[in-house]
Design a protein around this ligand. Structure first.
Ligand code: ZN
Ligand code: ZN
Length: 250
C-alpha cells in the first residue's frame, strides 16, 4: 500500500484504505467497471435519458460491485453502480438542475442487477445502444491500495483539535503535492471536499450516506465539474439501493 509521508499524528487513528483505479483505454465487456463508453443496459431498455432535457445521457462511470477489492465486498452490496450525467449546454442542464447537488434532476445514479454480473456476456448488446458523443471508454483493470486520511475540517468536526504544528505539517505536505484526503478518482476512503464536508442524507432513513467513489475533474474522464470540482457517489449503508452524486469546486 502506498503510504503518505509524515502525516500529523492526530490523523493516524482515522486511516482508511482507498483504491485508485488502474485503467486501460479500450472497450471492455458491458458489465465491466469502466469510465465512459457503453454501460450495461437491460434487454429491451432504452439508453438512459436526462429527466430534464430528455436527451441521451453520458455514462461517467460504471462500477461492478461484484468485482471490487475483497476488503470492500460487504460494504456496497452487489450489482452495477452507474453514474450518468447530463453534459448538454443547450439547455444547460447542470446549471438549470443545479447538478452539483445530490438528487439533481439531470443526473441518473443507480444500481442495476444483470442476471449474471460476472459473465461479461455480450449477448444483450445491440448497436442501438451507441450514442455518438460518449466519452472514450477506459476499462478499470485493477485497483491500487493507498492510505487515506480525512479532511482537516472533517477531523475537527469529529472532536479532534489540530495544533499549529499539525497545520504547518499539512501545509508542508500540500507544498509537496500531497493531498489529504487524496484527490483524483478513488474507490472508498475519505472524500476530498473542495469546500466543506457535505454528505447527503438518505431519502429513506435520513441517515448520512457514505462515500463509494470519488470522481475528480480531468482525471479519468475528459470533463471538469465547474472549475476543477470534485464529485462523490455516496450510498446509504442501510439502503444500498439509495445512491447519490454531488460535486463541489473551490
Ligand atoms: Zn439534460
Ligand atoms: Zn437509508
Amino acid at each position: 500500500m502506498s503510504k503518505t509521508p509524515s502525516i500529523p499524528a492526530p490523523f493516524k487513528p482515522f486511516r482508511k484504505q482507498a483504491w485508485q483505479p488502474k485503467v486501460k483505454p479500450g472497450i471492455g465487456p458491458s458489465t465491466h467497471s469502466k469510465f465512459g463508453g457503453r454501460p450495461w443496459i437491460a434487454p429491451g431498455e432504452p439508453w438512459p435519458e436526462c429527466p430534464s432535457c430528455m436527451q441521451p445521457l453520458k455514462l461517467f462511470v460504471q462500477l461492478n460491485l461484484n468485482q471490487i477489492p475483497k476488503e470492500l465486498e460487504e460494504d456496497f452490496g452487489t450489482g452495477l453502480l452507474q453514474l450518468f450525467y447530463c453534459t448538454n449546454d443547450e439547455p444547460d442542464c447542470a446549471v438549470a438542475c443545479e447538478a452539483w447537488f445530490p438528487f439533481s434532476q439531470s443526473t441518473v445514479v443507480r444500481i442495476v442487477h444483470p442476471e449474471s454480473p460476472d459473465s461479461g456476456s455480450e449477448e444483450h448488446e445491440s448497436e442501438e445502444h451507441e450514442i455518438e458523443d460518449s466519452f472514450p471508454e477506459k476499462v478499470i483493470v485493477g485497483w491500487e491500495a493507498v492510505e487515506d486520511y480525512p479532511d482537516p475540517e472533517e477531523i475537527e468536526a469529529m472532536g479532534v483539535n489540530l495544533s499549529d504544528q499539525d497545520w504547518e505539517q499539512l501545509e508542508r505536505l500540500d507544498d509537496q503535492g500531497v493531498s489529504i484526503p487524496r484527490d483524483g478518482d478513488k474507490l472508498s476512503g475519505w472524500p476530498f471536499w473542495a469546500q466543506s464536508p457535505e454528505y447527503p442524507d438518505c431519502p429513506k432513513c435520513a441517515g448520512r450516506m457514505q462515500l463509494v467513489f470519488q470522481i475528480d475533474s480531468e482525471c479519468n474522464l475528459p470533463f471538469a465539474f465547474g472549475d476543477s470540482g470534485c464529485g462523490h457517489i455516496t450510498q446509504c449503508e442501510i439502503h444500498p439501493d439509495q445512491v447519490a452524486f454531488g460535486w463541489a469546486c473551490a
